[in-house]
Design a protein around this ligand. Structure first.
Ligand SMILES: NC(=O)c1ccc[n+]([C@@H]2O[C@H](COP(=O)([O-])OP(=O)(O)OC[C@H]3O[C@@H](n4cnc5c(N)ncnc54)[C@H](OP(=O)(O)O)[C@@H]3O)[C@@H](O)[C@H]2O)c1
Length: 330
């Protein structure tokens, strides 16, 4: 594994002057486009589907918006920054049949290449430039003169400059201000999916909901239970990000630390390990990815789940709390 690269280590000339088409103008697409332009890259065109709700935002930001097919015929590099579950459709229907020969493909998550939803064309580089974190944070950190930690990988190197292009792209969106590391499509994909399923999203949600329900069952008011099991997650997460887990322990009360050490082994018991193994098996054998893309392509993914979430007691408690707090987002 390589050491970190910073902007001064990187040859920006490999990307300068390249025609860049960014597919999608969501969290990552918008942030990347604004940062690339501010870093002097481009010309840039934003490629959106017909009727896209993002068209006006992109145009108001001063970008030329084109259809996906037109972008595919124009660009030297196409960055597919659209939702992963749509990549197979986007690639097979709108990019592959119209693409300019030799065109490079760039992704900010390894998902669709690793699982074969996008097959590399023979004549173009296929690269990963993953700024690790939510898309909005890419722009926020860039505007502060910083960036998100960047990871690059090469799936296919036709130009002989694939790694350099991925590094330059990351530097142009701010990652060169903090550190850019090498990875592989497999490592980035498996790690990202596992992390979001078992801790950042799935694990956190499971613990938050179950602990809220348990406190309410013990006679605690929903408001107090919500504060202790959901609302305060952010304060602890901030401490962990700033100081690590050991540093977080030093920053909280000894009672909280002692109590956490008492229950950690029970929580991280055989049931949890079995859930981790099952999640990892589904990620590694591709069955999770296939299920997700097939669910998306069948339409209306997660609509019912989202409606059911809204009526849960934990959501009612959160809405009620936020409605009473000055300055809180409603
Ligand atoms: N590296 C990291 O740590 C990291 C973190 C988060 C996300 N990501 C990656 O970033 C990429 C985009 O994520 P995001 O958070 O920016 O998503 P997002 O905010 O939901 O934006 C998705 C964009 O995809 C477009 N899109 C969806 N379906 C489409 C279709 N069928 N045809 C054309 N465009 C379509 C949407 O178009 P409309 O505007 O027309 O609706 C929207 O502009 C994904 O690959 C994701 O895995 C990476």
């Amino acid at each position: 594994m390589s050491d970190a690269l910073y902007t001064d280590d990187i040859d920006m000339s490999v990307l300068a002057g390249q025609k860049l088409a960014l597919v999608g103008y969501g969290n990552h697409g918008r942030s990347h486009a604004l940062c690339l332009r501010d870093s002097g890259m481009g010309p840039i065109r934003i490629a959106l589907r017909d009727g896209s709700p993002s068209r006006k935002t992109a145009q108001d930001d001063g970008f030329e918006v084109v259809g996906l097919e037109e972008a595919a015929g124009w660009a030297d590099l196409v960055a597919i920054l659209a939702a992963d579950e749509a990549h197979r459709q986007i690639w097979t229907e709108a990019i592959r049949p119209y693409r300019k020969p030799g065109q490079a493909l760039l992704f900010c998550h390894g998902f669709s290449v690793h699982y074969g939803f996008v097959e590399a064309p023979e004549d173009g580089d296929v690269i990963l430039a993953a700024a690790k974190g939510p898309g909005g944070a890419v722009r926020q950190e860039f505007e502060k003169g910083s960036g998100l930690i960047g990871f690059w990988a090469v799936h296919q190197d036709v130009s002989g400059q694939a790694a350099a292009i991925a590094q330059a792209y990351l530097a142009a969106i701010g990652s060169g201000n903090v550190g850019i590391f090498e990875t592989t499509f497999r490592e980035e994909t498996v790690s990202d999916l596992f992390g979001e399923q078992v801790i950042l999203v799935g694990g956190m949600v499971a613990l938050a909901r179950a602990s809220f329900d348990r406190l309410v069952a013990a006679g605690v008011s929903p408001r107090m239970a919500y504060i202790d099991c959901v609302h305060e997650i952010k304060y602890l997460a901030d401490l962990v990000q700033d100081r690590g887990i050991a540093g977080m322990f030093k920053a909280i009360s000894d009672t909280a630390e002692f109590g956490a050490r008492e229950v950690e082994a029970d929580i991280a018991g055989p049931g949890l390990m079995q859930a981790f193994d099952q999640a990892m098996a589904r990620i590694e054998d591709g069955s999770f990815a296939r299920k997700w893309v097939e669910t998306y392509e069948a339409g209306n993914a997660m609509v019912t789940d989202r409606e059911q979430d809204e009526v849960l007691p934990v959501e009612a408690a959160g809405r009620d709390l936020r409605a009473r707090l000055k300055g809180a987002k409603k």
